[in-house]
Design a protein around this ligand. Sequence first.
Ligand SMILES: Nc1ncnc2c1ncn2[C@@H]1O[C@H](COP(=O)(O)OP(=O)(O)OP(=O)(O)O)[C@@H](O)[C@H]1O
Length: 312
Amino acid sequence: MAAMIEVQDLKKSYKETEAVKGISFEVEEGEIFGFLGPNGAGKSTTINMICTMLKPTSGSIVINGFNANKEKNDVRASIGLIFQENTLDEKLTANENLKLHCRFYNVPKNDRERRIQEVLHIVDLNDVRYKKVETFSGGMQRRLEIARGLLHYPRVLFLDEPTVGLDPQTRAHLWEYILKLKKEQGITMFLTTHYLDEAEISDRIAIMDQGGIIAVDSPEELKRQLGGDIIELSTSDNAQAEAEVQALLGESDEFTINDELIRLQVENSDAFISELIEALSVTITKLNIRKPTLNDVFLAFTGRDIGEATGT
Ligand SMILES: Nc1ncnc2c1ncn2[C@@H]1O[C@H](COP(=O)(O)OP(=O)(O)OP(=O)(O)O)[C@@H](O)[C@H]1O
């Protein structure tokens, strides 16, 4: 199967900043592709280039078989954008917002009524079709934006932090709709999010840092590559414990430490934990053993916790 998005050696420089440093990746048709990275990594710049809103310095982008540089209109017709900011006209009804979009995207006149009904049905908003958007809850507005993004039958949906500012229940609902779209319409999704539980839904995740892509794989594989178990502990004297853990692990093994928590990764915690307890002269006040999470993956690749790295 041909890739739905093909990015090759893509670069973007702003005066002094090399924001995107020659990245290459492919997104398969029908997959949810998560795009993660710390603030300033180059994610927005990359997405804006893929969506034809920003001209690359060099490199090539092909979407749905169309070249983003030479066939902008075909690319735009192939994609739907659902960004963080609400771009609906709140003074208009849902119906009016959708009709406007049909006009912008040249949806044939005879098709408009059928498509509006179709997309409203997908997001369960048929009942409020003739109500003003300003009377909608945040979640309903988001659903209407998704409906609008689907009106011109895009093959790829770009979802840029689609659930920011929504309560957990609305987030969960919205995800049900997004997954339904993937399943029923086979739409490819390009997703950025700071919520790791959402990123976990992706078929594959790319991690971007300092203008480059440093990992691309399924969430399971990324976690598996990290391997072993994560041990987190606090002690009565973490500085002393740090020296003792280092002596036990040897120079080559890595672990992270901050004021409260020593975090280390070992092949097999069962075998290691008794050695650790024996090696420590200080009292252990907290001990937690777990499998790696996506946050550990993020930390391993970028050196930062996703919360710190994205200011969330
Ligand atoms: N218009 C611009 N002019 C100059 N520099 C820019 C411009 N837009 C972005 N940059 C720089 O390019 C780099 C990448 O920025 P970008 O916004 O793509 O990162 P990001 O990963 O999307 O970050 P965030 O998660 O904060 O949105 C940063 O160093 C940023 O300061």
